[in-house]
Design a protein around this ligand. Structure first.
Ligand code: PLP
Length: 477
């Protein structure tokens, strides 16, 4: 059954619910630990509890804190607890947001608006970020018309601090670092970035969307970590996602500022609307009460002990998987990741990393692909504890299979990912992806097939010309 218009007569609730289950039959199997991002699952009991917490405030709206004082209190306490976890001090304040992207967008907006007040001569504001920064900052730069300047990484995949300093000019309004970055799971040298920020009188945002709810506990477990939070003097704000390692319901992140002098610039106030005087702390208008309530519930129910317990499982599983992968001759983990997120790849010139990805995919694993360098990505959660062994074996077998069948680099989606990553004509890549998006979100809503059809290959080849041939040789070799 498909719906392109409203059914004339509504279906029964039972029928609707069973249809919904059918829609999901081909979804990624996160319950069995087959996904490495997207879903952060603790255990079924915890999930049921979150659903209940969500349901209690299902209808309420965080848009108006005067009407729903409960939500205001939940939000306030979530921010306070997060600030405390990140050692932000008594002056700290902030807001909840709908997710990491909103937190990052807001950081850029806040500091842009702050610069407009305190350094009004800046006409073209710039932010300096590591190359490994989350793509949400590229989005923010595009949305808010701020120039984003990328500092290269050193050989350990941390931002090159000297490069950051060189890239700062009189238009710079913000420095950003990650704790850790999404691609490699490495924490940037926040301490050194802080020294530069203080010297140049610039704010420093630490994107801890991934690490905010894990690193504090990893540290308490005794793992050695570089300083990454508000204990570093120059850090003026941090983002941390409750819906990632906070194990809350999706739609919950926190942005914390060192004090109100920063947060102030995040607010939106319009006093002349005919709909009434309007004031909003973050991006959204209507804010679902359930996500705010569930975030609070998740934090209070797990407590420090719960988070520590989980962090322990996560770190032990991570180390096991990392050890397993590095023990495969011809494979490596990139850099020295600080927590449970990392990239891995083949270093054997005959074994194409994306082809390994394809085989893992066939075995039901949903793995993300990175580029520059080509790599696969893992984000470990408690559901992986049980499948770690099987995963390592599958990676090992996939590696050996590709070693025997090098042509696999030129088949399936490996060819597509290879092309997308290596064709120097980025405009062409962009146009092809745009076409795909238009197909997906256009009137027919089709999901693209990433394995390369003969004719798409030809099409690509025509356009890419000699680059394509070079690439093909490289892939097959
Ligand atoms: C996930 C993530 C984000 C974006 O968060 P969403 O919740 O996906 O919008 C930003 N920064 C980092 C480091 C992340 O891992």
């Amino acid at each position: 059954m498909n719906f392109n218009q409203l059914p004339h007569k509504g279906l029964s609730y039972t029928k609707v619910l069973s249809l919904m289950k059918q829609y999901g039959v081909n979804d990624a199997n996160w319950k069995k630990g087959k996904t490495f991002s997207l879903v952060y699952h603790r255990d079924d009991t915890h999930t049921k509890f979150l659903q209940k917490a969500f349901e209690l405030y299902f209808d309420e709206n965080g848009l108006n804190p005067m009407a729903f004082k409960s939500l205001k209190q939940f939000e306030h306490e979530v921010v306070k607890m997060t600030a405390h976890m990140l050692h932000a001090g008594n002056e700290a304040c902030g807001t909840m947001t709908s997710g990491g992207t909103e937190s990052c967008l807001l950081a850029v907006k806040t500091y842009r608006d702050m610069a407009r007040t305190v350094r009004p001569w800046i006409k073209k504001p710039e932010i300096v970020v590591p190359e490994s920064i989350h793509v949400a900052f590229e989005k923010a730069a595009e949305y808010f018309d701020v120039k984003i300047v990328h500092a290269p990484l050193d050989k350990d995949f941390k931002v090159d601090v000297k490069a950051v300093e060189k890239l700062i000019n009189r238009n710079t309004i913000l420095i950003v670092g990650s704790a850790p970055c999404y691609p490699y799971g490495v924490i940037d040298p926040i301490d050194s970035l802080s020294q530069i920020a203080i010297k140049k009188k610039l704010p420093l945002h630490v994107d801890a969307c991934l690490g905010g709810f894990l690193l504090p506990f990893v540290e308490k477990l005794g793992y050695k970590l570089p300083p990454f939070d508000f204990r570093v003097e120059g850090v003026t704000s941090m983002s941390a996602d409750v819906h990632k390692y906070g194990f809350s319901a999706k739609g919950a992140s926190v942005i914390v500022y060192r004090n109100i002098n920063y947060l102030r610039h995040q607010f939106f106030i319009h006093e002349d609307w005919c709909g009434g005087v309007f004031a909003s702390p973050a991006l959204l208008g209507t804010r679902p009460g359930g996500t705010i309530a569930a975030a609070w519930a998740a934090m209070v129910a797990q407590g420090e002990e719960g988070y520590m317990h989980n962090a322990n499982i996560i770190m032990e599983t991570t180390q096991k998987i990392q050890k397993g992968i590095s023990s495969i001759k011809g494979m490596e983990i990139l850099g020295t990741p600080h927590m449970s997120v990392f990239a891995y790849r083949s270093v054997d010139p005959e074994v194409n990393t994306f082809a390994i990805g394809d085989i893992l995919e066939k075995k039901g694993w949903h793995v993300d692909r990175l580029q520059r360098p080509d790599a696969l990505h893992a984000m470990i959660t408690p559901v992986h504890a049980k499948v770690a062994h099987q995963f390592i074996n599958d990676v090992k077998n996939a590696f050996e299979h590709v070693k025997k069948n090098p042509h696999l680099a030129y088949e399936g989606s490996a060819a597509m990912y290879g092309m997308i990553a290596h064709i120097p004509m980025r405009k062409m890549v962009r146009n092809n992806i745009l076409k795909m998006m238009e197909g997906m979100y256009g009137p027919t809503g089709q999901i693209p097939d990433l394995s390369m059809e003969e004719d798409t290959k030809e099409d690509f080849a025509m356009k890419a010309g000699k680059w394509y041939l070079k690439l093909r040789d490289k892939l097959i070799k």
